[in-house]
Design a protein around this ligand. Structure first.
Ligand code: FMN
Length: 196
């Protein structure tokens, strides 16, 4: 072994032994000065939502962050086996639309009123945009989590208010949306402008 290699092996083994014997490690202070870290820092749930409408442009941005096609020609979230099998239903203008993130479109899915299954908290009836996450049972929870977090970050950056919700009748929504047997509804997310 040459001298340089010996020194680096010795240094890394010393470092490793320090790590393995310590019972706690004080980490360096996180550097949250970058734009992304600043947005993560301000991410929060805001339930005080106004009825002020969301424009189609803003809705498009919200949905792109949630599950759009990015410049690598994949999606804005990772999906198991790259199956891209997350579904996002959008309640917009009192109708239910299914987001097509490949063609950047909303396809009319249903005119069923889903509010009776969703509105267990007052702000739900007020919020102008609702996203309902669904997908194959195996990964739907993970995919929804990635997606709603992106929406939270977009909302934080744009000064929008959002709440991810598990407190609703997911089974009722699954039935009302007539989803295939292998798919489930996971979460409901409301988005709007904060009521100041
Ligand atoms: C899986 C999940 C389900 C949630 N369900 C609801 C809900 O039904 N209603 C609600 O008002 N907030 C809900 N929340 C929001 C949490 O209450 C909120 O994230 C938590 O209080 C922390 O606040 P923060 O998001 O501002 O950090 C949910 C959050 C998660 C992650």
């Amino acid at each position: 072994m040459n001298k340089k290699l010996c020194i680096s092996v010795l240094a890394s083994s010393l470092l490793c032994s320090n790590v393995t014997t310590a019972s706690e490690i004080n980490l360096p202070k996180p550097d949250i000065s970058s734009p992304l870290m600043q947005i993560i820092d301000t991410r929060t749930t805001i339930r005080n939502i106004s009825a002020k409408p969301i424009s189609p442009e803003t809705l498009s941005n919200i949905l792109w962050s949630a599950f759009g096609t990015n410049s690598h020609n994949t999606r804005t979230i990772a999906t198991g086996k790259n199956e891209q099998d997350l579904k996002i239903f959008v309640i917009w203008d009192k109708k239910v639309w299914l987001y097509d993130g490949i063609n950047n479109k909303l396809n009319l899915y249903s005119e069923t009123d889903l509010m009776p299954y969703l509105a267990k908290q007052d702000f739900v009836n007020i919020a102008p945009v609702h996203l309902i996450y669904a997908g194959g049972k195996h990964n739907a929870q993970a995919h929804s989590g990635s997606s709603y977090q992106n929406v939270y970050l977009y909302a934080a950056e744009q000064g929008l208010a959002t709440v991810i919700r598990g407190y609703f009748d997911a089974e009722g929504v699954t039935k009302a949306l007539n989803l295939p047997e292998n798919e489930i509804v996971t979460y409901h997310q409301v988005i709007g402008y904060p009521d100041k």
